[in-house]
Structure formats: C-alpha cells, structure tokens
Design a protein around this ligand. Sequence first.
Ligand code: ZN
Length: 231
Amino acid sequence: MKIRRHKHTKRVLKYYHSNFKFDTKFFNVLIDGTFANEALNCKINIAEQLPNFFDVKENKCKLWTTKCAIHETEILGKPTRGAMLILKQYQLAECQHKRQYVSSEKCFKDLINKSVDKKYIVATQSESLKEIVRNTPGVPLMLISHNAINLEKPSESSDKLVNQQTEGKLAVKDELDVIKKMKQKLLENKPQVKRLHKKKKAKGPNPLSCKKSKKKQNFKPINKKNSPKNN
Ligand SMILES: [Zn+2]
C-alpha cells in the first residue's frame, strides 16, 4: 500500500512539474484548520510526515498557513483549539485581508490565484476549499484519507488547460509551417529583385566621376583666359 501510494505521489508531482513548472525539490504546503484538525484526529504529525511523504529533507518542505485560517480556528473555540495550536507553528503566508479576516476558503483562493513566486500545495479537508483547488489549474490538492496523507490526482481543470496548451502549440507549429512555405516562395522571386538593385548601384559612381571631370574642365578655361591677359 505504502509503495503504491509513493509511486502515485511521484507520478502526480511529475505531472505538475512538467506541465506547470512545479518545483519537486522544494515544497510549499498551505494548510488550513480542517487539515490540521484531521491530522490530529488521525495522530499524524504533519511536520514530521510531510518530508517523508515527498522524500526530501526536513528543510525542503515548508509549512504555511494564514492569519485568516488561524482566526477561523480561534472563532470555533474548543473543538479546534488543537488545530489552532498546530497552525500557529507554521510560517505565515501574507494574505491581503489584514485584520479583516475572511474564511480560509476565500483566503486560500485569493492566495493561490495571486501567488506568482510561490507555488503552493493546498492541504485541506474542507469540501468547498477542495472544489476551489480542483477548479484552479496547476494547484495540487493534499488531503487525509484512510488515516494517511494523500495527494489527489490532477484535476479536470488542470488536464483541460494542459490539453489546450498542447493544442495551441500544435496550432502554432502549423502556422509556422505555413509561414516557412510562404517564405520559401518569396525567396524564389528574391534573386531578381537583388539583380535590379545591383544594376542601380552600378550606375551610381558615374555621376560623381562626371562631376570631377567638369571641375577639371572649369579650371582649364580660366587659365586660358588669364594667360591672354598677361600676354
Ligand atoms: Zn487572509
């Protein structure tokens, strides 16, 4: 079971790496209260298990949350106190909701849509947040099922975008082929145009040489005029 899960994880990560330039050497995992809570229920130590899950060293897996997600666990009180304590150990991803806290669903949605430098894996048990992640191409979804951490297979939205990009690339290739053929046709006519230019250039130096000869001709008569006066 473990080996099969490990192979599945590798396959999913490879997909995100080749299609969405996802880093497979360093992981940023964005965790909400529902995931932390479920991990606690299943006695899963997220910070310990995730590096093993990705098969990397501890410092190559960074755990993130937001103030909004922590605030949510604080509002719910006792039932999510454990989850709150877990989330507070994680790095805070800067969201735009400064003290005007929103639900972790909305907060994470904004974060994954606007984050350019960091590509997050979203870890959640919330059905509505899962749907948001599934509808955002290129964002891996992490969840806990059968008492274990799992990476969901790429969503339909991710697949759709990848297919569109592949079709787009093929269309560009077709267009390039057409342009190439057109260029070849144009080049067939080009040598004639070049010859015409060369002929024009060849005519160029003649007027200059004519001018020089005129100057010489002008000097000679002056000398001739001067010489009779002296005489
Ligand atoms: Zn927020």
